[in-house]
Design a protein around this ligand. Structure first.
Ligand code: F6P
Length: 368
């Protein structure tokens, strides 16, 4: 089966994550070393679905020179998108309403027309679910787990997560001095969708006093109690980290926008927590939203290395004749897991994991 491979394509889908370019480099060099040709699909699958937008260059040949000097660069040389899922593509009707259309057949046809034998899909849960469907339709597919949120199942870590956590941690370090100088409560909102991995890991590393995550609905009177406890000890400032998907006991996540053809956009919880804590504690509070800063910039050393390992492992998997799998970190090795299992459910923070226990032992409040 593997001997048949002559041409492979790469796609990067969903929100970008630091390490994407390193994965692309590893795939391209590993494929070229096997005598295969390598192509990149522009902007998710748009390069195949709407090639006119790219002057017919929706699929570009990737040679050694295309991936020179990109390991340390953020973003993706191919472009990406997190709107217009091809399995549920929104098409505007004459009456102004939208109808969802499955365009996966067009992707398969486009790849066949270009003589592509296999696809390496680099993405999070949404992109890998699309990749799984393409695989079910007969395409050879290997997935690579990407997302700063770290919410993909069956891998200990996704690439991009370490960079996001490191950046959030250094922001918390900086916020300490200004919080202390003004004796304020700083509320720091971080991304992560419906999982609390970024908030938890950065919050502990950056010595936050409270961490609010989606997995543990919070009661702000508990957080106010923690702040009062600190006041009593002469610590007149506090740092609260809030995951964008955190919600109060009995309440809902804070949704910033709902748009056709994309997932709901979370956000706004930081401001509302800061407002409520000001009322509960009588202290001056400020909210800081780290947002897309967590996704930008150069990948950390860890992310560069794991991205290169994932990319090379994806090509090895193809060479071994594998398909329908995702490369995954199972320390100390990178192994393969079924794509169907990796995309079955979201990986949330287990409430009994040692990181949560560590936070509790250190006296960090989860607002519960
Ligand atoms: O999934 C990655 C992520 O950065 C989430 O943490 C966040 O909720 C979302 O993407 C933001 O997406 P957008 O780029 O559309 O603002």
């Amino acid at each position: 089966m593997a001997e048949n491979i002559r041409r492979i394509a790469i796609n990067t889908g969903g929100g970008d994550a630091p390490g994407l370019n390193a994965v692309i480099r590893a795939i391209v060099l590993s494929a070229l070393n096997r005598g295969w040709q390598c192509f990149g699909i522009r902007e998710g699958y748009n390069g195949l679905l709407d090639p006119d937008r790219f002057d017919g260059q929706g699929l570009i040949r990737l040679g050694e020179e295309s991936v020179r000097g990109i390991t340390h660069l953020g973003g993706t040389i191919l472009g990406t998108t997190n709107r217009g899922n091809p399995l549920h593509f929104p098409v505007r009707q004459s009456d102004g309403t939208f109808r969802e259309v499955d365009r996966s057949g067009e992707i398969i046809d486009g790849l066949r027309r270009h003589g592509i034998d296999a696809l390496v899909a680099i993405g999070g849960d949404g992109s890998l679910a699309i990749a799984l469907e393409l695989c079910r339709q007969g395409l050879r597919v290997i997935g690579v787990p990407k997302t700063i949120d770290n919410d993909l199942d069956r891998t200990v870590i996704t690439f991009g997560f370490d960079t996001a956590v490191s950046f959030a941690t250094s922001c918390l370090d900086r916020l300490h001095s200004t919080a202390e100088a003004h004796q304020r409560v700083m509320v720091v909102e971080v991304m992560g969708r419906y999982a609390g991995w970024i908030a938890l890991n950065a919050g502990i590393s950056g010595t936050a006093d409270a961490i609010l995550i989606p997995e543990i609905p919070y009661d702000l009177t508990r957080v106010a109690g923690k702040i009062a406890e600190r006041e009593a000890k002469g610590r007149h400032f506090s740092i609260v980290v809030v995951a964008e998907g955190a919600k109060p006991v009995g309440g809902h996540v804070s949704v910033m926008a709902r748009e056709i053809g994309r997932q709901e956009r979370l956000g706004g919880i930081g401001e509302s927590v800061a407002h409520d804590l000001a009322e509960l504690t009588g202290k001056e509070t400020r909210a800081v939203v780290l947002g897309h800063l967590l996704r930008g910039g150069s990948p950390s050393t860890f992310d560069r290395l794991i991205s290169l390992r994932f990319g090379a492992a994806a090509v090895r998997a193809l060479a071994e004749g594998q398909s329908g799998i995702m490369v995954a970190l199972d320390p100390p090795t990178v192994n393969y897991v079924p794509l169907a299992e990796a995309t079955r459910r979201m990986k949330c923070v287990p409430l009994d994991c040692d990181t949560i226990l560590t936070a509790r032992d250190l006296g960090i409040s989860f607002g519960d």
